[in-house]
Ligand binder design. Structure first.
Ligand code: CP3
Length: 653
């Protein structure tokens, strides 16, 4: 299974390595176009400069117009390099010099010269023309040289000619533009017509040069619109910054700035990236379209979901134990601190604000999928946010993790919990509906929640815990109060999950991360009935993943909760775990997150062991046994995802 450009038009602005680029793009299934945007070896002795020097030294230059300071300096260096400094300055002294603004005046001063004519502010080319008018200066039959900077200003040159001048250009480029601007101008035209699918920038100068050429194009507004429609991919941070400075947001940047990485990674994600770009954000997303009236109750009391199903990829197939062309993979905590892009966003916005701003939460969810190429997106949120509408205070500290203001340990406080209003979590449903519309239909969207036990453990302990002493104290010491708390949480979580499904979640995961601290007997008595009840209230056609860690001895019971997929951690052998959970169910897991910290080859080996163990059996969703750790190298994660896709696809051939 090779995901590639699939016939998309891919334009590269590479110059020196343009042939290699063409081959790379074709190899990955794209239709290549190269628009070399730079002159790799600046030709200092351009014919323009030589001609100017000849005319200057023979005394035939009547007027020299200096447009910029940098250009004045470069011109001086170029002519001096050819003919020895003194002579140049002397020759200039004998010529009439017009300096457009203060910068060429300063550059001249360094040469010991003063301009004969200066121009009033704002020093535009029109002001140059008015200066001639004010001085009643005729240009008839004068040889006028114009030192240019960047692309020629044709209108200015034409006006000089109209006044009778014999106009000669001395083009000097900020970033040596190619001699032949044709391909770059063609690219500008085709971007303006909205005909480009994907643009690859491999240096920041390519960006400056493209914008320089586009700046003189008569359809500049259309060019900007076209840039916003195409997929814009950048080799690295400097190029990205230059694009942003020019008002263009970047859709993809590989972690290691290599041409091969850029093409390969963009090729793999291009379809999804384009869908995202061209549908959701352009059609103006209505983020408030979720409505619970779409849910209907069936006769057996279970809700069924609205009929249209939006995701049809390998993930959904595995949930339903159907054969897929590859083993699907996603990673718990895939949107998190191990991603540079996430850290960048987090440096500006607090975690809670991110979660509660639907556009940002959606953007992070989508960005992660684009970056990783996984088969499922999990909405960016947190299991503990539901505690706030129940009346508890919640903060996330960078040192201590989540902290709950006053832990919930008494009957009085439990009875005082507020009724859960599903609309209080509106931001999650909005993020889901935006994300679902923007996602590639092959990629599934997961909603999620904490399970009643795990949410209760945070509420009671006040933070993460090692031994769950307060939780167990309450559970053993006052079973009826425990029941009461479980009932409140179960019904709240049920409403919450139903609304998530209605907003566009294709499947949901229930995180019972810490339930492994219980014995099987306690699990059966204090937890199992609530999880079972919770799942029974969910639409029967939406896959439910039940996940926990340290659950080796609980898997038989977890398999009886009604969940269709059981999450396994790395402490169990995947087939043993699957047998315990139930062979008629699907499983998710179970690579040790710590093994992804090692080397790519170790990661590949460990992934293959799991895939070999499962073999052809349908119903396996690859994942880690718990969340990705923040210190995980991104390259290892990408290697893992590629390997799971490629190795499982080959096995199935
Ligand atoms: O990418 C995803 O998986 C989606 C988002 C997601 C987060 N938390 C974001 C998050 C999901 C699914 C969770 C679930 C979650 N949250 C669990 C269950 C999974 C597990 O890890 O067992 C639990 C126990 C929590 C509670 C929680 N939230 C803790 C303990 C912490 C602090 C520790 C840590 O890992 O950072 C959080 C904060 C949190 N939740 C972050 C993220 C990205 C880090 C916030 C930051 O940027 O500082």
């Amino acid at each position: 299974m090779k995901q590639d450009f699939n016939g998309l038009r891919v334009t590269s602005f590479e110059s020196r390595r343009c042939e290699e680029m063409k081959k790379l793009i074709s190899y990955h299934g794209g239709v290549p176009r190269v628009a070399p945007s730079m002159r790799e070896v600046p030709d200092l002795k351009t014919p323009y400069v030589t001609r100017f020097a000849d005319d200057l030294f023979s005394g035939s230059v009547d007027l020299l117009i200096l447009m910029t300071g940098v250009g004045t300096r470069i011109l001086s260096d170029m002519v001096t390099a050819e003919s020895g400094g003194k002579e140049y300055v002397e020759a200039l002294r004998a010529t009439t010099i017009l300096a457009r603004g203060p910068k060429p005046v300063a550059a001249l001063r360094k040469l010991g010269l003063r301009p004969d004519i200066t121009v009033s502010e704002p020093n535009t080319w029109r002001d140059i023309l008015s200066t001639f008018d004010q001085r009643d200066m005729s240009l008839e039959n004068l040889i006028v040289y114009v030192q240019e900077y960047g692309v020629s200003n044709e209108e200015f040159l034409a006006s000089l000619e109209k006044r009778g001048a014999d106009v000669r250009r001395i083009p000097i480029y900020r970033w040596a533009l190619p001699e032949d601007l044709g391909p770059l101008q063609d690219a500008v035209r085709s971007i303006s017509e909205g005909a480009e699918d994907c643009l690859l920038f491999t240096s920041s100068r390519q960006v400056s040069n493209l914008f320089e050429v586009a700046g003189t194009h008569e359809r500049n507004t259309e060019f900007m619109e076209g840039m916003k429609k195409a997929l814009v991919c950048s080799i690295g941070p400097t190029t990205t910054e230059t694009l942003r400075e020019n008002g263009i947001s970047v859709d993809y940047e590989p972690d290691s700035p290599k041409m091969g990485n850029l093409v390969r990674e963009v090729a793999r994600r291009s379809a999804a990236l384009l869908v995202k770009k061209r549908t959701a954000f352009q059609n103006g997303v209505d983020t408030r379209n979720w409505s619970r009236t779409q849910m209907v109750w069936s006769e057996d009391g279970a809700r069924t979901r609205r009929s249209e199903t939006t995701s049809a990829g390998a993930f959904m197939k595995a949930c339903r134990l159907e054969k897929a062309d590859h083993t699907p993979i996603w990673l718990m905590r895939q949107a998190g601190r191990f991603l540079r892009e996430y850290r960048e966003v987090r440096s500006r916005v607090s975690f809670k604000e991110l979660c509660k701003t639907p556009d940002m939460a959606s953007e992070i969810t989508l960005m992660t999928v684009d970056r990783l190429g996984v088969d499922a997106a999990i909405i960016f949120s947190d299991i503990l946010l539901i505690l706030e509408p129940l009346g508890l205070s919640l903060e996330y500290s960078s040192v201590d993790g989540p902290v709950i203001g006053k832990p919930l340990r008494t009957r009085r406080r439990i009875e005082a919990l507020r009724d859960f209003d599903p609309e209080s979590m509106d931001f999650v449903y909005q993020a889901l509906s935006t994300t679902r519309r923007a996602l590639d239909p092959e990629v599934s969207l997961l909603g999620f929640t904490g399970a009643p036990f795990t949410v209760a453990s945070y509420a009671i302990e006040g933070s993460g815990s090692k031994n769950y002493i307060n939780t167990k104290k309450l559970m053993y010491g006052d079973p009826s109060l425990w029941e009461r708390l479980m009932d409140i949480l179960t019904s709240s979580i049920s409403d919450y999950l139903c609304a998530q499904i209605d907003a566009g979640a294709d499947a949901v995961q229930i995180f019972d991360s810490w339930v492994g601290c219980l014995s099987p007997a306690d699990y059966e008595k204090f937890v199992f009935p609530h999880v079972k009840k919770l799942i029974s209230t969910l639409p029967s056609d939406v896959p439910v993943i039940l996940f926990g860690t340290g659950t080796g001895s609980l898997l038989e019971l977890m398999g009886k909760t009604g969940a269709g997929v059981i999450g396994l951690d790395w402490r169990v052998d995947i087939l043993d775990g699957w047998r315990k959970a139930g062979s008629s169910l699907a499983v998710q897991g179970n690579l040790d997150p710590v093994s992804v910290l090692s080397t790519p080859s170790h990661v590949v080996g460990e992934a293959r062991k799991i895939l070999d163990r499962v073999g052809e059996r349908p119903g396996h969703i690859f994942n880690l046994g718990h969340g990705v750790l923040p210190q995980t190298p991104v390259d290892n994660v990408l290697r893992l995802i590629d390997e799971v896709h490629e190795y499982s696809a080959q096995a199935g051939e």
